[in-house]
Design a protein around this ligand. Structure first.
Ligand SMILES: Cc1cc2nc3c(=O)[nH]c(=O)nc-3n(C[C@H](O)[C@H](O)[C@H](O)COP(=O)(O)OP(=O)(O)OC[C@H]3O[C@@H](n4cnc5c(N)ncnc54)[C@H](O)[C@@H]3O)c2cc1C
Length: 280
């Protein structure tokens, strides 16, 4: 699918709160007003330069302060390569700790997003160093064959997990294709319901969400359903109206291109693009 820049900006505007922290706060407040918590992400990834890494960390520290000051109901989500993993694992660890400690003082929850497969081991490793803190969670992707054993290990170590299909998919022996990814999602979700207490089912796929709701009638876990801003907002609202906990991932910042392109690839057919634009 090729889109011109006006269409790109239209879509990006639907999926991204704006350039500034104040935009993310404004959008979060409007979701809070209808009973939806948000997960705010400052856009940016794959930084190697110290100056880029440091300014991301600085923006997150500012974001924590603003969420607290404005009293909005929001978690934050950070990416490992945004805060130092491509410089070194110790740089990532140092910056992650700084953000987690600051957020913890403000009682905010910090999600670690999951990027490409080559970062998974280091991301889990760093996450587990802080798992005893009550305010941290990690994302697991069902397109990865390794995720079954990662999930087992993480739950054994009391992790809080957010399950997704995976936005950085590649082909090959260690990865599932689309059908396999969906099947594995159901398998991992089953495991979460049987063995987890508090977790997040992050998807726009009604088959997944409705199955999770049925499972929760039996298991009665502390489940949150999470979606990305601008994809299926009215479905999210419907879930809240049916008594479910719902979070909305709200990205902001000027570095929107990589994120918007991933979303465009996912809504790779025109029907879904139009549905995203007019409401979903
Ligand atoms: C809160 C959250 C956090 C995430 N964090 C990460 C992360 O850290 N790392 C990562 O790799 N990925 C992350 N993702 C992205 C995720 O991995 C998927 O790429 C993305 O969610 C698309 O997968 P899906 O489960 O929605 O299923 P898809 O297979 O993309 O969509 C399933 C179905 O949903 C329906 N649908 C989709 N869009 C629409 C629409 N506009 N209108 C109506 N129906 C629609 C259609 O029926 C479609 O067939 C996150 C996603 C969410 C929601």
């Amino acid at each position: 699918m090729s889109l011109n820049s006006i269409e790109e900006k239209l879509l990006a505007g639907k999926w991204i709160a704006g350039d500034r922290i104040s935009d993310a706060i404004r959008v979060s407040r409007s979701f809070n007003d209808i009973g939806i918590k948000t997960i705010i992400n400052y856009l940016g990834e794959e930084y190697r330069k110290k100056s880029d890494i440091n300014s991301s960390v600085f923006e997150y520290l500012k974001l924590v302060k603003e969420i607290k000051r404005e009293n909005v109901n929001a978690d934050i989500a950070i990416k490992e390569t945004q805060v130092g993993l491509l410089a070194s694992k110790s740089e990532f660890l140092k910056n992650y700790k700084k953000i987690v400690d600051t957020a913890s003082r403000s009682r905010l929850f910090v999600w670690l997003d999951m990027e490409e497969y080559e970062f998974v081991s280091d991301t889990i490793d760093v996450y587990l160093k802080f798992v005893e803190k009550a305010n941290t969670g990690i994302c697991i992707q069902s397109y990865l064959k390794r995720s079954q054993s990662d999930l087992k290990f993480l739950l054994k170590n009391h992790a809080v997990v957010r399950l997704v299909k995976g936005a950085h998919r590649v082909k090959g022996g260690d990865f599932y294709d689309n059908k396999g990814t969906d099947r594995n999602y159901f398998r991992l979700m089953d495991y979460l319901f049987k063995n987890g207490k508090t977790f997040t089912i992050a998807s726009h796929d009604s088959r997944i969400i409705e199955k999770a709701r049925r499972l929760n009638k039996k298991y009665k876990r502390n489940v949150t359903y999470a979606m990305l801003e601008g994809i299926r907002d009215s479905y999210a609202k419907e879930l809240v109206n049916n008594g479910e906990n719902v979070s909305m991932y709200v990205p902001f910042g000027p570095k929107w291109k990589e994120y918007a392109y991933r979303r465009m690839k996912e809504v790779g057919n025109l029907k879904l693009v139009i549905r995203s634009l007019i409401g979903g």
